[in-house]
Design a protein around this ligand. Structure first.
Ligand code: CTP
Length: 398
């Protein structure tokens, strides 16, 4: 359809970037990026008459976004022509728009295009050797300053290398190292580092990414105390297993948070503040990570005590977020502690009293500090399994 619209408007039309890469790799990809050599806005308007999706136009940039009902998106960009100054006395060289646009991108495997116009339908545009790099399983930048101009590409290189199990080409590795030495990671805002780290963390290839990052000194480039050890690999491999054991027991534990906690397991507690922002999309995340990590040893020590009764167990664990429980269960090797964590989650975590201060008032009890005591005693009896119904609670309160 895009090719037909291009033909009707007499505009050269291409599908570019990750979609082309994944098409060659025969991997699913529903994010379509189109590039047109002409009026991208007019193109998008006509294209959307076929799809009737939600159309957003960005006149200033000549870009548009069509979002379809099934969530799939089509990005449209207008390729811009640029002039390249060559050294010495050579004249300015005018490159085609598509060349210029592809040259601005990150890695050869992401810089291919396929033309969609009828007469040249399916023609692969591969100026920078992307196909060869896919065959040779290499991540390669197009030019030496790529990582200096856009240091987020350091993280993208890792992510793609890990995702496809490719190597980072040697010169590209050198460029990465030069960029790190020049302090380019530190020049990125916390938000941008966090976005890239979260992209990496969300991928199945996280472990692979971390190993490459450790190898290239990127983790230390982010923070001198950041690193992973064998313990991480072992715990990380258990996450899915833990989540399936807790399925239906806890509500919606967030696996990304869990992974972050495992990554920061051995991070010095007193310096947690320095890195938490790099891993948290909001205050709630930061809190959960902080609470889980800073309470860990104390919780383990308390749970190591013999013969804890139900209420003691409840008191140790009930204020913790569910991710803390799952994190401890994944991290801890002591079977007794793990048993306590599971028992608490299945049997005790949801216990609450039916009655509140209002009910105590109705019972004629004078408001004051005794309310806390009474409600606590009722809760205790309930957790211990001595009372069940609201009538039991009222009776005990009285
Ligand atoms: N790109 C870039 N530099 C960046 C980010 C993106 O050059 N810092 C380019 C890449 O060439 C990429 C395109 O913009 O192909 C689109 O970016 P994105 O959607 O992030 O990349 P995908 O390749 O589609 O990656 P993914 O499969 O993870 O969605």
């Amino acid at each position: 359809i895009a090719g037909r619209v291009g033909d009707d408007l007499n505009i050269k039309t291409y599908v570019v970037g990750g979609f082309v890469r994944d098409l060659i790799l025969e991997t699913e990809n529903w994010d379509i990026d189109l590039m047109v050599e002409g009026d991208g806005i007019a193109f998008a308007e006509v294209l959307n008459t076929y799809f009737e999706g939600q159309l957003k136009l960005y006149h200033k940039f000549g870009t548009a976004l069509i979002t379809l009902e099934n969530g799939q998106s089509i990005d449209i960009v207008t390729a811009r022509r640029e002039y390249y100054e060559y050294p010495a006395a050579l004249p300015k060289i005018e490159k085609s728009s598509i060349w210029s646009d592809l040259f601005r991108r990150d890695f050869t495997i992401n810089c291919m295009a396929i033309q969609l116009n009828k007469r040249e339908e399916g023609k692969l545009i591969d100026y920078f050797g992307g196909l060869a790099d896919i065959k040779n399983r290499k991540i390669r930048v197009l030019y030496n300053l790529s990582f200096i101009e856009d240091p987020t590409r350091i993280f993208r290189a890792i992510r793609f290398a890990a995702r496809f199990n490719y190597g980072i080409e040697e010169e590209t590795q050198n460029f990465i190292q030069q960029a790190i030495t020049q302090g380019m990671i530190a020049k990125l805002s916390t938000d941008r580092i966090r976005d890239e780290l979260l992209y990496i963390i969300r991928e199945k290839s996280l472990l692979n990414s971390l190993l490459i990052m450790e190898d290239l000194g990127i983790l230390k480039g982010i923070h001198p105390d950041l690193g992973i050890d064998d313990g991480f690999a072992e715990s990380y491999s258990k996450i899915e297993d833990t989540l399936s054991q807790f399925k239906g027991v806890l509500r919606e534990p967030n696996p990304v948070l869990l992974t972050i906690m495992l990554m920061l397991s051995n991070f010095p507690k007193e310096k947690l503040d320095e890195v938490i922002g790099l891993f948290s999309i909001n205050k709630a995340w930061a809190n959960i990570i902080y609470i889980s990590l800073s309470n860990r040893n104390e919780v383990y020590t308390k749970l190591r005590e013999d013969n804890l009764d139900k209420y003691q167990l409840y008191k140790i664990l009930h204020a913790l977020p569910e991710e803390s429980i799952i994190y401890y269960y994944t991290d801890c090797k002591n079977p007794y502690i793990r048993h306590y964590l599971m028992f608490f989650s299945v049997k005790l975590r949801d216990i609450k009293t039916f009655i509140t201060g209002e009910d105590l008032l109705k019972l004629g009890i004078k408001p004051g500090p005794s309310y806390t005591y009474i409600l606590q005693e009722v809760l205790k009896a309930k957790v211990e399994g001595n009372i069940y119904t609201i009538e039991d609670e009222l009776k005990l309160a009285k």
